[in-house]
Ligand binder design. Structure first.
Ligand code: SAM
Length: 337
């Protein structure tokens, strides 16, 4: 037995779902929103969240040990991060994706082995029936949860795209599959000369309109209802697609890239952003696991490398391409016509 080797990382990763589920249950019960009013002792929190006395202290102290709560004497408080990002009342709330992970992804990932063996999705569509978006959009509460979750997972990248891309050379843009509209809103906020469209399924319209109005850019952003399997994209100088191509199989990816090519003028651009996998497929673990998440969630979706996407863009006719890192595991692939 080689004494340098230890099983630590293996055991930590294997049991990492303990920490995840402890945090997800705290978010589900609204713990950090409750503590945004100020520090509280065990009995007060336990009472408000309905915690059984058998494990209430272990639960809160586990969150202290994980670095999501502070404790001074007998009083528990949010950390600066959990107070800013996990208080539902704050615009900086990123818990949407974690609420959806708790409700949907956590139980679905329990069937990963079956998915790896069958190639079949393990979400609401597991026992046949409508696709993920039809299933989700049939229920307004789940629609809102899903669309808010998308803002949670994309907000960091959206803020960077709004500032990193040379928008001064352009006048119009369209965000295809815009969901709540956070990317469109961040681009409009940072670039007063731009007019934009959010293109998505009709059920999304009220959620988009509420969101961009709340951010104060509704005068320069318009929602265009449509189905990208049936309609062409609205014409614009720049087309954006975030977390869209990974939802679909290769022929659909290529069809969407071709529609983007047809929607922009010469000199126009297509910006695709996701957790783009590194070309050597050995570093961006989140991007690779996101591709496993597409196995769980879709009949044919998968994530891909920058080189893959650049190749599909060239095939569609884009004359030049480049890959630029954004934030965390995310990057954008830019195609110029
Ligand atoms: C995974 S979400 C990505 C949302 C957002 N772009 C982001 O990155 O956070 C996929 C989006 O595609 C939209 N979508 C799915 N099928 C569509 C279709 N056939 N036509 C138009 N939009 C569609 C969904 O409504 C949803 O907003």
């Amino acid at each position: 037995m080689n004494e340098q080797l230890t099983p630590d990382k293996i055991l930590q990763t294997g049991l990492a779902f303990w920490a995840s589920k402890t945090l997800l249950s705290a978010i589900e019960m609204g713990l950090f929103t409750e503590l945004s009013h100020g520090p509280e002792n065990l009995d007060a929190i336990g009472g408000r969240l309905g915690l059984h006395p058998r494990s209430a202290r272990d639960f809160l102290d586990a969150l202290v040990a994980l670095g999501f709560l502070n404790r001074t004497g007998e009083r528990y408080a949010n950390t600066p991060e959990t107070d800013l990002f996990l208080d539902r009342k704050k615009p900086s709330y990123v818990g949407g994706i974690l609420e959806m992970a708790n409700h949907r992804l956590y139980p679905f990932w329990g069937h990963l082995t079956q998915a790896l063996r069958t190639g079949a999705p393990q979400n609401e569509t597991r026992n046949g029936g409508p696709g993920i978006f039809e299933a989700l959009y049939a229920d307004p509460a789940r629609l809102r949860e899903f669309l808010a979750a998308m803002t949670g997972i994309s907000h960091g990248a959206n803020m960077t795209i709004a500032r990193a891309f040379p928008w001064k050379d352009h006048r119009t843009f369209v965000d295809v599959g815009t969901a709540q509209g956070d990317l469109a809103a961040q681009i409009a906020l940072a670039n007063p000369q731009l007019q934009g469209f959010g293109f998505d399924l009709p059920e999304v319209a009220p959620v988009f309109e509420d969101y961009v109005a709340a951010i104060g850019v509704a005068d320069r952003l318009r929602f265009v209802p449509g189905d990208f399997f049936k309609q062409d994209f609205p014409q614009a100088d720049v087309v954006l697609m975030g977390h869209i191509l990974h939802d679909w199989d290769l022929p659909t990816k290529k069809m969407l890239i071709k529609k983007a090519f047809d929607a922009v003028p010469a000199g126009g651009a297509l910006i695709v952003y996701e957790a783009i996998i590194d070309d050597d497929r050995s570093k961006n673990a989140f991007g690779l696991m996101m591709s496993l998440n597409m196995l769980i969630e879709t009949p044919g979706g998968f994530d891909y490398t920058g080189a893959d996407c650049a190749g599909w863009m060239k095939e569609a006719g884009f004359s030049s391409t480049r890959v630029e890192p954004l934030v965390g595991p995310d990057s954008m692939v830019i195609g110029i016509k």
